[in-house]
Design a binder for this molecule. Structure first.
Ligand SMILES: CCC1=C(C)/C(=C/C2=NC(=C\c3[nH]c(/C=C4\NC(=O)[C@H](C)[C@H]4CC)c(C)c3CCC(=O)O)/C(CCC(=O)O)=C2C)NC1=O
Length: 169
């Protein structure tokens, strides 16, 4: 598992080089956004349950067929599994936010996920929609917490979306 700093060190060490201007700029920008990243994580933590619940409610409102007989989230067990998955995405997105790197998502969440979803007929498009709904709610919460320049919030959610969508071929 890597973060913004360890991944940079890894790249420069492989080449046996000191940090150059690019590396210094990227370190600066990571550390300058550090407090905001931690504030964003705190805002997510204290609202996580409600973010997942609201995103789930919106998702099923938009796509009610998911929870009707024959839908993948139909039955209490599968409904709960769906919300649990959303909670996984939110929690790991928070880790990635703080790390300034999406590696934790690749290693702990996305690896093998497509095979699992395909084998259980979990639909990718609606899952991606659920992730985007959570992103919107998170951005609202983070803004409400007074965090400015929080563009970095998009990154982990868009990464999940991109990886899931690309794999859905
Ligand atoms: C931390 C990393 C991690 C992830 C990401 C993860 C996902 C994950 N989701 C699963 C199931 C599932 N995932 C969903 C999700 C959905 N169905 C829908 O229609 C919606 C679109 C969507 C919610 C947004 C459902 C319904 C199941 C149960 C499917 C079944 O058992 O038939 C399963 C199969 C095993 C189980 O049910 O627990 C895994 C492994 N597990 C992990 O350990």
């Amino acid at each position: 598992m890597r973060d913004a700093v360890t991944s940079l060190i890894k790249n420069y060490d492989v080449a046996g080089r000191y940090f150059d201007r690019n590396a210094i700029d990227s370190l600066k920008s990571y550390f300058e956004s550090g407090t905001a990243r931690v504030q964003a994580a705190a805002a997510i933590n204290s609202n996580a349950a409600s973010i997942v619940k609201q995103a789930g409610a919106k998702l099923f409102e938009e796509l009610p067929e998911l929870i009707r007989p024959g839908g993948n989230a139909y039955t209490t067990r599968r409904y709960a599994a769906c919300l649990r998955d959303m909670d996984y995405y939110l929690r790991y997105a928070t880790y990635a936010l703080v790390a300034g790197n999406t590696n934790v998502l690749d290693e702990r969440v996305l690896q093998g996920l497509r095979e699992t979803y395909n084998s259980l007929s979990v639909p990718i498009g609606p899952t991606v929609r659920g992730v985007q709904l959570m992103k919107d709610l998170v951005k609202e919460q983070v803004a409400a917490a007074g965090v400015v320049n929080a563009a970095f919030v998009d990154e982990p959610f868009d990464h999940i979306t991109r990886e899931l969508s690309e794999q859905d071929v």
